[in-house]
Design a protein around this ligand. Structure first.
Ligand SMILES: Cc1ncc(COP(=O)(O)O)c(C=O)c1O
Length: 317
């Protein structure tokens, strides 16, 4: 069955719904903050918490590194990149903050750019560059209505008007309006101006059908506890292989060599049960049909499937 037919298979989606334990006290329409785990993941996570508690530091000092490496390989395979281009984080925020703060190619007098709809914490991180790196910060407004062409024209004009911009933050899927930016096209445009792009893909991966190469971006941050169903506390960052030297090791990390992407994240001693549960979340994601089927189902619900009242701004690009 193709994605379009799978999107309409209510029996299948009812069986999916039964895999989630939801509160009977309220109906939560917000999955964006973080998504609850489906039962297989919740059970795996509970076991991993027990396992971690029973093995104590022995786990972290012996098998964990290999297991985490296996998790990186699983994520990389779904994302269409190599394991060496991925480092695990505690979520999208950590991934994006490390990319923004670690970006090395800014010189005093350069500028950085983001949009009014970008996630506030990422706007703050971009503003932080003003004091830390002596750059100007350009904040543009996403046009309304946000048609594909209007968005492309806005970025094209902003890049023309601000030739000192060196770094651009782009949100693949907006957390407030659901707007999906044509990241591929904007990134190519930015590249033609010599501008690097960091993509905030915290919301898109697990909702939209894409792999990282489709974005054309060299740097991106992802969350696994939103739409991929992993336990709260896990995400990853992506740096294209030949761009690793453009992101500083995290706090001058020396745990890993500078040519190992894992040196770009140093979270210290933290809960690894969410990481160990990622393979189960990826299995469940595959069971749903992966990104193509999830995208088709969400689009169906946003348009014909749910009283026919989808908004045109959502999914417009
Ligand atoms: C657009 C966007 N970017 C980044 C983040 C941060 O992701 P995380 O919650 O994984 O830290 C969020 C969280 O809601 C978000 O909505």
């Amino acid at each position: 069955m193709g994605p379009a037919a799978a999107a309409r298979d209510e029996q299948f989606w009812q069986s999916v719904a039964r895999r989630y334990r939801v509160s009977e006290e309220f109906v939560n329409l917000e999955n964006g903050y973080y998504g609850i785990m489906p039962e297989p993941v919740r059970r795996a996570h509970a076991q991993n918490v027990d396992h971690l508690n029973a093995l104590n530091s022995r786990l972290l000092r012996t098998t964990y590194k290999t297991q985490a490496d296996h998790v990186r390989a699983r994520i990389a395979a779904v994302a269409g990149v190599s394991k060496e281009e991925i480092a695990l984080t505690r979520g999208g925020t950590e991934a994006l903050q490390l990319l923004i703060a670690g970006y090395r190619r800014l010189r005093r007098g350069d500028a950085v750019m983001y949009a009014d709809l970008d996630y506030y914490s990422m706007q703050y991180a971009m503003n932080w560059l003003r004091d830390r790196r002596g750059v100007d910060v350009v904040r543009i407004a996403i046009p309304e209505p946000a048609s594909r062409q209007a968005v492309l024209d806005t970025y094209a004009k902003a890049l023309r008007d601000h030739p000192r911009v060196q770094l651009l933050l782009l949100s693949h899927m907006n957390n407030r309006t659901g707007l999906v930016l044509p990241v591929h096209e904007i990134t190519e445009l930015a590249r033609s101006h010599g501008v690097d792009v960091i993509v905030d893909a915290a919301h898109s991966w697990g909702q939209l059908d894409f792999t990282i190469p489709d974005l054309e971006a060299d740097f991106a941050g992802f969350s696994l506890h939103k739409w991929m169903g992993a336990p709260l506390g896990v995400g990853f960052l992506y740096i294209r292989g030949d761009r690793l030297t453009d992101i500083n090791p995290a706090f001058a990390d020396e745990t890993y060599p500078a040519d190992d992407i894992r040196s770009r994240v140093h979270a210290g001693t933290c809960d690894v049960a969410p990481v160990l549960s990622v393979p189960t979340a990826l299995d469940f994601h595959r069971h749903l049909g992966g990104n193509p089927v999830k995208q088709a189902r969400l689009r169906y619900l946003a348009t014909d499937g749910w009283s026919g009242r989808g908004t045109s701004a959502t999914w417009s690009c």
